[in-house]
Design a protein around this ligand. Structure first.
Ligand code: NAD
Ligand code: UDP
Length: 324
């Protein structure tokens, strides 16, 4: 029988974190979710609260934490531009102090620790598709820097801890991921488009909609995170995790209308500062080292996400920031 582990998921009440907690609980592990509920709410983990192998701790990872665990997944960080730009200094603190505190916890418990990094470490990339050895083009003084530079510095802290033999680390560079339990008011493109189209409002296209993203369904992504954590071949990353099928934002909008069987309506708004023009992961490394590639394509994943949006009561969601 596989060993039952004590696993801490920081940011475990969020979109990806709650799905990860669920997967780990279903595998029989003892899961401790740590979250300050900045961008999430209890409904994401409501069904897990009844499970005997699930515990919830309300805690902010910018403060130290003492626990005995075998593995730590660090997903705690606001991820949507409107959320991370709301209090940019707090965002930077969450990445930096959060990494320092959780790495210290990993050292004390001799736990493995995985950092949820991001495609934003590549900034507005000049190289396409992006491979892990590309060093990126981040504007260090722009409005996205609190997130991008925070995540880059967290990678540095993780790699230095590894080189100093202080912790067993893993680094995942996650590309745009979507699905049920995404915050409906997070301002991200998939949630905005579905919410707007369901309400028969025009979809807001920033710029001319020619910028691209590559969208991964949540179930593929959390599967990859667990594979990365559990691999025992000495592979620590950084590794790109995402779906390499690339779409323009306008194509995404058209697909949402098509899936709803409605006449497309668009309104064009100003492109945000430093919005990356193109983004597509090269996942050669993930295929080779983790034997992983996405299985759910955009049409199928979007249809499932739309079905989830139809079931939720938008009035029950607390918009964490006014920036959506
Ligand atoms: P999310 O906002 O739904 O989840 C983040 C969670 O972290 C929330 O529950 C939030 O309350 C919690 N949190 C924030 N600051 C905290 C703090 N100081 N202390 C404790 N908890 C805190 O976002 P998500 O999409 O689920 O993203 C999860 C992780 O994956 C993030 O680290 C994000 O940077 C990374 N990521 C996500 C994507 C994506 O497309 N979803 C892409 C790249 C990277
Ligand atoms: N976007 C858009 N309309 C919206 C929300 C986002 O056109 O209502 C665009 C945004 O400018 C970006 C892309 O969609 O080019 C993805 O944005 P998101 O905030 O989801 O993620 P990120 O920029 O972090 O990849």
């Amino acid at each position: 029988m596989a060993k039952i582990k004590r696993i801490l998921v920081a940011g475990g009440a969020g979109f990806l974190g709650s799905h990860l907690c669920e997967l780990l609980i279903n595998r029989g592990h003892d899961v401790i979710c740590v979250d300050n509920f900045f961008t999430s709410q209890k409904s994401n983990i409501e069904s897990l609260l009844q499970r005997p192998n699930f515990e919830l701790i309300r805690h902010d990872i910018t403060l130290p934490l003492a626990l005995e665990v075998d593995e730590i997944y660090n997903l705690a960080c606001p991820a949507a531009p409107g959320h991370y730009q709301y209090n940019p200094i707090k965002t930077m603190k969450t990445s930096l102090l959060g990494a320092i505190n959780l790495l210290e916890l990993a050292r004390e418990s001799r736990a493995k620790i995985l950092q949820a990094s991001t495609s934003e470490v590549y900034g507005d990339p000049e190289v396409h598709p992006q491979r892990e050895d590309y060093r990126g083009a981040v504007n260090p003084i722009g409005p996205r820097a609190c997130y991008d530079e925070g995540k880059r510095a967290a990678e540095t802290l993780f790699m230095d801890s590894y080189r100093m033999n202080l912790a067993q680390i893993r680094i995942a560079r996650i590309f745009n991921t979507y699905g049920p339990r995404t915050h409906p008011f997070d301002g991200r493109v998939v949630s905005n488009f579905i919410r707007q189209a369901l309400a028969d409002e025009p979809i807001t296209i920033f710029g001319d909609g020619s910028q691209t993203r590559s969208f991964c369904y949540y179930s593929d992504l959390v599967d990859a995170l667990v594979r990365l954590m559990e691999n025992e071949d000495g592979f620590i990353g950084p590794v790109n995790l995402g779906n390499p099928n690339e779409f323009t934002v306008l194509e995404l909008g058209k697909l949402v209308w098509e899936l709803l069987g409605k006449e497309p309506k668009f309104v064009f708004k100003e492109l945000p500062v430093d919005d990356p023009c193109r983004r597509q992961p090269d996942i050669t490394l993930a295929k080779e080292k983790l034997h992983w590639e996405p299985t759910v394509q955009l049409r199928e994943g979007l249809a499932k996400t739309i079905e989830w949006f139809k079931t939720i009561d938008l009035d029950a969601f607390r918009a964490p920031t006014p920036n959506y």
